[in-house]
Ligand binder design. Structure first.
Ligand code: MN3
Length: 201
Protein backbone atom coordinates (compact mmCIF):
# COMPACT_ATOMS: atom_id res chain seq x y z
CA UNK A 1 0.00 0.00 0.00
CA UNK A 2 1.33 3.43 -0.91
CA UNK A 3 0.22 7.01 -1.65
CA UNK A 4 -2.54 8.04 -1.35
CA UNK A 5 -2.70 6.45 2.10
CA UNK A 6 -6.10 5.70 3.62
CA UNK A 7 -7.33 5.67 7.19
CA UNK A 8 -7.76 1.97 8.04
CA UNK A 9 -10.97 0.78 9.69
CA UNK A 10 -10.64 -0.13 13.35
CA UNK A 11 -12.20 -3.51 12.59
CA UNK A 12 -14.06 -3.49 15.93
CA UNK A 13 -16.55 -1.36 17.79
CA UNK A 14 -15.26 1.86 19.37
CA UNK A 15 -16.63 0.72 22.73
CA UNK A 16 -15.05 -2.73 22.48
CA UNK A 17 -12.11 -1.84 24.74
CA UNK A 18 -14.17 -0.34 27.56
CA UNK A 19 -13.68 0.21 30.41
CA UNK A 20 -9.93 0.37 29.74
CA UNK A 21 -10.27 2.72 26.78
CA UNK A 22 -13.58 4.57 26.43
CA UNK A 23 -15.52 4.85 23.17
CA UNK A 24 -15.18 8.65 22.96
CA UNK A 25 -11.40 8.44 23.20
CA UNK A 26 -11.36 5.79 20.48
CA UNK A 27 -13.62 7.93 18.27
CA UNK A 28 -11.50 11.07 18.57
CA UNK A 29 -8.22 9.17 18.43
CA UNK A 30 -9.09 7.21 15.28
CA UNK A 31 -11.49 9.49 13.40
CA UNK A 32 -9.71 12.79 14.13
CA UNK A 33 -6.10 12.28 15.22
CA UNK A 34 -5.19 9.33 13.00
CA UNK A 35 -7.16 10.79 10.09
CA UNK A 36 -5.14 14.01 10.37
CA UNK A 37 -1.84 12.11 10.17
CA UNK A 38 -3.04 10.35 7.01
CA UNK A 39 -4.23 13.58 5.39
CA UNK A 40 -1.03 15.44 6.27
CA UNK A 41 1.15 12.56 5.03
CA UNK A 42 -0.68 12.60 1.69
CA UNK A 43 -0.35 16.38 1.46
CA UNK A 44 3.41 16.10 1.98
CA UNK A 45 3.80 13.30 -0.58
CA UNK A 46 1.79 15.25 -3.14
CA UNK A 47 4.94 17.39 -3.48
CA UNK A 48 7.29 14.42 -4.00
CA UNK A 49 6.01 12.26 -6.89
CA UNK A 50 9.32 10.35 -7.02
CA UNK A 51 8.54 8.55 -3.74
CA UNK A 52 4.77 8.19 -4.08
CA UNK A 53 5.13 4.47 -4.86
CA UNK A 54 6.92 3.76 -1.57
CA UNK A 55 5.19 1.79 1.17
CA UNK A 56 4.90 3.34 4.62
CA UNK A 57 7.58 0.91 5.85
CA UNK A 58 9.93 2.10 3.07
CA UNK A 59 9.25 5.77 3.76
CA UNK A 60 10.18 5.38 7.43
CA UNK A 61 12.89 2.74 6.95
CA UNK A 62 14.65 4.86 4.30
CA UNK A 63 13.87 8.21 5.88
CA UNK A 64 17.30 9.65 5.00
CA UNK A 65 16.40 9.24 1.30
CA UNK A 66 13.14 11.16 1.63
CA UNK A 67 13.57 14.70 0.19
CA UNK A 68 14.61 17.06 2.95
CA UNK A 69 11.76 19.47 2.21
CA UNK A 70 9.17 16.91 3.36
CA UNK A 71 11.31 14.67 5.62
CA UNK A 72 10.06 16.03 8.94
CA UNK A 73 6.45 15.92 7.71
CA UNK A 74 6.94 12.24 6.80
CA UNK A 75 8.53 11.51 10.20
CA UNK A 76 5.62 13.16 12.02
CA UNK A 77 2.69 12.06 9.87
CA UNK A 78 4.02 8.86 8.32
CA UNK A 79 5.15 7.83 11.79
CA UNK A 80 1.74 8.82 13.14
CA UNK A 81 0.00 6.74 10.48
CA UNK A 82 2.15 3.63 10.99
CA UNK A 83 2.21 3.84 14.79
CA UNK A 84 -1.57 4.13 15.07
CA UNK A 85 -2.25 1.40 12.51
CA UNK A 86 -0.16 -0.94 14.68
CA UNK A 87 -1.83 0.32 17.88
CA UNK A 88 -5.38 -0.47 16.64
CA UNK A 89 -4.21 -3.88 15.54
CA UNK A 90 -2.59 -4.98 18.80
CA UNK A 91 -5.55 -3.63 20.81
CA UNK A 92 -7.99 -5.90 18.95
CA UNK A 93 -10.46 -7.42 21.44
CA UNK A 94 -9.86 -11.10 22.17
CA UNK A 95 -6.71 -13.14 21.72
CA UNK A 96 -4.29 -14.28 24.37
CA UNK A 97 -3.89 -12.03 27.42
CA UNK A 98 -0.24 -13.02 27.79
CA UNK A 99 2.56 -13.85 25.34
CA UNK A 100 2.79 -17.48 24.21
CA UNK A 101 5.20 -19.67 22.23
CA UNK A 102 8.45 -18.27 20.87
CA UNK A 103 7.64 -14.71 21.89
CA UNK A 104 7.07 -15.79 25.51
CA UNK A 105 10.41 -17.64 25.46
CA UNK A 106 12.21 -14.58 24.06
CA UNK A 107 10.58 -12.29 26.66
CA UNK A 108 11.62 -14.58 29.51
CA UNK A 109 15.16 -14.89 28.14
CA UNK A 110 15.55 -11.13 27.59
CA UNK A 111 13.67 -9.52 30.47
CA UNK A 112 13.27 -12.36 32.98
CA UNK A 113 9.48 -12.51 32.96
CA UNK A 114 6.29 -11.10 31.44
CA UNK A 115 5.77 -9.01 34.59
CA UNK A 116 9.23 -7.52 34.13
CA UNK A 117 8.41 -6.62 30.50
CA UNK A 118 5.22 -4.87 31.60
CA UNK A 119 7.09 -2.97 34.32
CA UNK A 120 9.84 -1.87 31.90
CA UNK A 121 7.40 -0.75 29.19
CA UNK A 122 5.19 1.10 31.67
CA UNK A 123 8.29 2.79 33.10
CA UNK A 124 9.49 3.79 29.62
CA UNK A 125 6.07 5.31 28.90
CA UNK A 126 5.71 7.03 32.26
CA UNK A 127 9.12 8.70 32.01
CA UNK A 128 8.76 9.88 28.38
CA UNK A 129 8.53 13.66 28.87
CA UNK A 130 5.80 15.20 26.74
CA UNK A 131 4.39 13.10 23.91
CA UNK A 132 5.60 9.81 22.48
CA UNK A 133 5.42 6.04 22.54
CA UNK A 134 6.66 3.12 24.62
CA UNK A 135 7.87 0.25 22.44
CA UNK A 136 8.67 -3.44 22.40
CA UNK A 137 10.74 -3.95 19.24
CA UNK A 138 12.79 -6.58 17.46
CA UNK A 139 16.15 -5.01 16.63
CA UNK A 140 18.38 -5.61 13.59
CA UNK A 141 19.89 -8.72 15.16
CA UNK A 142 16.51 -10.20 16.09
CA UNK A 143 16.76 -9.30 19.79
CA UNK A 144 13.95 -7.76 21.81
CA UNK A 145 14.37 -4.21 23.13
CA UNK A 146 12.19 -1.84 25.14
CA UNK A 147 12.50 1.93 24.80
CA UNK A 148 10.44 5.05 24.22
CA UNK A 149 10.48 7.50 21.32
CA UNK A 150 9.39 11.16 21.24
CA UNK A 151 6.48 12.50 19.21
CA UNK A 152 5.58 10.08 16.37
CA UNK A 153 9.13 8.82 15.74
CA UNK A 154 8.95 5.20 14.54
CA UNK A 155 11.34 2.36 15.47
CA UNK A 156 11.44 1.66 11.70
CA UNK A 157 13.66 4.75 11.36
CA UNK A 158 16.44 2.88 13.18
CA UNK A 159 15.86 -0.42 11.42
CA UNK A 160 13.83 -1.97 14.24
CA UNK A 161 10.53 -3.83 13.84
CA UNK A 162 7.86 -2.53 16.22
CA UNK A 163 5.95 -5.41 17.86
CA UNK A 164 3.96 -3.53 20.48
CA UNK A 165 3.53 0.21 20.89
CA UNK A 166 1.75 2.10 23.64
CA UNK A 167 0.67 5.62 22.77
CA UNK A 168 1.46 7.98 25.66
CA UNK A 169 0.24 11.19 24.04
CA UNK A 170 -2.37 12.82 26.28
CA UNK A 171 -5.00 12.32 23.55
CA UNK A 172 -4.69 8.55 24.15
CA UNK A 173 -5.86 8.66 27.78
CA UNK A 174 -6.84 12.12 29.02
CA UNK A 175 -10.67 11.80 28.87
CA UNK A 176 -10.66 8.71 31.06
CA UNK A 177 -7.47 8.99 33.13
CA UNK A 178 -6.94 12.78 33.14
CA UNK A 179 -3.32 13.47 34.16
CA UNK A 180 -2.79 9.95 35.54
CA UNK A 181 -0.64 8.49 32.78
CA UNK A 182 0.71 5.72 35.08
CA UNK A 183 -2.87 4.49 35.73
CA UNK A 184 -3.45 4.23 31.97
CA UNK A 185 -0.15 2.38 31.62
CA UNK A 186 -1.24 -0.10 34.30
CA UNK A 187 -4.70 -0.65 32.82
CA UNK A 188 -3.75 -1.03 29.17
CA UNK A 189 -2.29 -4.51 29.69
CA UNK A 190 -5.90 -5.76 29.98
CA UNK A 191 -6.57 -4.99 26.30
CA UNK A 192 -3.38 -6.09 24.51
CA UNK A 193 -3.96 -8.94 22.04
CA UNK A 194 -0.77 -10.99 22.46
CA UNK A 195 -1.64 -13.26 19.54
CA UNK A 196 -1.25 -10.20 17.29
CA UNK A 197 2.02 -9.17 18.93
CA UNK A 198 3.34 -12.73 18.62
CA UNK A 199 2.46 -12.86 14.94
CA UNK A 200 4.59 -9.74 14.31
CA UNK A 201 7.51 -11.43 16.11
MN1 MN3 B 1 -2.25 8.84 19.27
Amino acid sequence: MSYPFKLPDLGYDKGALEPTIDAKTMELHHDKHHAAYVNNLNAALEKAPEIQSWSIEDLLGKIAQVPEAIRQAVINNGGGHHNHTLFWDILTPGGSKAPTGKLAEAINATFGSFDELKAKMSQAGATRFGSGWSWLVKDGSGKLQIYSTPNQDSPLMQGHTPLLGIDVWEHAYYLNYHNRRPDYLTAIWDVINWDKVGAKF
